[in-house]
Structure formats: structure tokens, C-alpha cells
Design a protein. Structure first.
Length: 135
């Protein structure tokens, strides 16, 4: 198990590199954060954001998302990564399906990090009424 201090340090390094617009290096740090904290949904959403900022082709991003979902099989929270990618691509129909699956499977989830990310993604998708219903 990685030292939590190392996870925080890598996260800070990722943030600084991103702020400096050194996206390839920030992406590498983000992927390390994902390895060190594999249950951190927000970390995976950050990695998705950096994949997009880095100009990663859609196909490669989809492969990464598939690997994330495969490694978190049975944890519907990680479907939010796919939903976020689809929302940013303006694929509204598929994003809606994905978000609906997340909402149905996580209705009783109270993890504040996840709930915050879910509300953020619902707002990004223009689903304001649904975001207001999340507890």
C-alpha cells in the first residue's frame, strides 16, 4: 500500500504541472495517482481531464476508459468517467444513458467526494434538476 503522503505529493505535483500547462508530465503524474489510489473516482476524473487537455485521440481515451471500467467492474461510480467523457464530446444521448446508470446504481451513496463529482457532472450535462435531487 503506497504511503498516503506520497499520494498527496503526486497530486500536488500533478496540479503544479497542470497549472504550468505541462500536460504530458501532469498526465503521467495523474496516472501514478490512479495507481496509488485506485478507489479515488475524482482522481480518475482528473486524469480524464488531462487526457483531453493533452489532446489524446478519442480512441485512446476510450481505451483508457474501458480499462478503468474493467478494473472497477461492479463499482457503478466509475461509470461517471465515461459519462464525463461523453458529456464533453457533446454526445448527449449516450451521456444521458450513462448518467442514468450512475444515478440508478448510486442513489444511496453518501461519499462526499463522489457526490460532489456526480453533481458537477450532472450540471455539466445540463441536468440541473437531477443534480438538486442528489443527496
Amino acid at each position: 500500500q503506497p504511503d498516503p503522503a506520497n499520494v498527496r505529493l503526486r497530486g500536488m505535483r500533478r496540479d503544479v504541472l497542470e497549472a504550468m500547462r505541462r500536460f504530458p508530465a501532469a498526465l503521467a503524474e495523474a496516472k501514478k495517482c490512479n495507481e496509488y489510489a485506485p478507489r479515488d473516482i475524482v482522481g480518475f476524473l482528473r486524469t480524464l481531464s488531462l487526457l483531453q487537455a493533452n489532446g489524446t485521440p478519442v480512441g485512446a481515451t476510450d481505451e483508457w476508459i474501458a480499462s478503468v471500467l474493467s478494473s472497477h467492474e461492479g463499482d457503478a461510480r466509475f461509470e461517471l468517467v465515461r459519462a464525463a467523457a461523453l458529456t464533453r464530446r457533446r454526445d448527449e444521448a449516450r451521456a444521458k444513458e450513462s448518467l442514468d446508470r450512475v444515478l440508478a446504481a448510486t442513489a444511496n451513496d453518501t461519499d462526499p467526494e463522489f457526490v460532489g463529482a456526480l453533481v458537477w457532472e450532472l450540471d455539466a450535462a445540463g441536468r440541473f434538476d437531477d443534480s438538486l435531487r442528489v443527496r
